[in-house]
Design a protein around this ligand. Structure first.
Ligand SMILES: O=C(O)CCC(=O)C(=O)O
Length: 259
């Protein structure tokens, strides 16, 4: 008997879904790649700057640039026209998908552990939201294991899985996975490498444990992470809102990209 599982069921079970074929057209991809080059050189065709979080004062180490979708029109176009919103709506079974944030992860080669993103759940770093939230991670170039690919821990979005890790800033991912698995022998730590062609996309649950290792290739590893949510997204009362209250209903900062 064939058991057919929907995208939504698969996602509910594992906490992620990987589309390891290009789902984004070459034209949209090329436009966004040029947009990223411009942003890294400090040129914003919308006239609005993104927010730069280099992990040190060294611009050549891992760079996280936030709100890139407000800084460049081609990146906005990729987000709204690529079909990523429709895929998210299928996974969440939602009529509408809103973009509430974006982050460019630029990981140069040859930086060893300083290029790592520590094990974390997105919900531990941005704890002001409730609702159905999903992250889409778009590969801007081919992503191999040696590139320092994103790594997911299967089913770690569940309430009864591992306790929350040390967070994205704790870059020694081997030490942290050793600690988590030793202290929690009853849970299974299964790492899945997110290997993508340029234009491929993976989706993960807001509570899924994930991180990434060093870039051992000779090319930068470039990924665009999108914070998406269905129309039940709410900002919690009495928590720091990271400035979201001011922009969540502003269609320039938080556009509806599907529905
Ligand atoms: O790109 C990475 O290595 C980390 C990305 C990430 O943490 C995210 O998209 O939530």
């Amino acid at each position: 008997m064939n058991v057919v599982t929907t995208r939504s069921e698969q996602f509910a079970e594992t906490g992620f879904l990987i589309f390891d074929h290009p789902v984004i057209s070459d034209a949209l991809l090329k436009g966004a790649q040029a947009g990223i080059r411009a942003i890294r050189q400090g040129a914003y065709d919308t006239g609005i700057a993104p927010v730069n979080f280099a992990t040190s004062s060294d611009q050549h180490t891992l760079q996280r640039i936030s709100k890139v979708h407000v800084a460049n029109f081609a990146i906005r176009q990729l987000i709204s026209e690529s079909g990523v919103g429709k895929l998210a709506s299928e996974i969440l079974r939602a009529k509408q998908i809103k973009l509430w944030g974006s982050q460019l992860y630029y990981k140069p080669p040859g930086k060893g552990i300083t290029g790592n993103v520590g094990w974390h759940r997105d919900s531990q770093h941005i704890d002001c939201f409730e609702g159905d939230i999903i992250i889409a991670w778009i590969a801007l170039d081919t992503i191999l294991e040696q590139s320092g690919c994103l790594k997911y821990i299967t089913a770690s979005h569940r309430q009864d899985s591992f306790p929350t890790p040390a967070g994205g800033a704790f870059q020694n991912i081997e030490q942290e996975s050793h600690r988590l698995t030793t202290e929690n022998p009853n849970y299974q730590w299964e790492e899945v490498n997110v290997l993508l062609p340029a234009g491929g996309v993976s989706f993960h649950h807001w509570d899924l444990i994930h991180g990434s290792g060093p870039n051992l290739t000779n090319k930068p590893r470039i990924g665009l992470s999108l914070g998406l949510a269905s129309d039940n997204l709410r900002i919690k009362e009495n928590t720091w809102d990271f400035g979201f209250k001011a922009i969540i209903n502003d269609s320039f900062y938080c556009p509806i990209i599907y529905g």
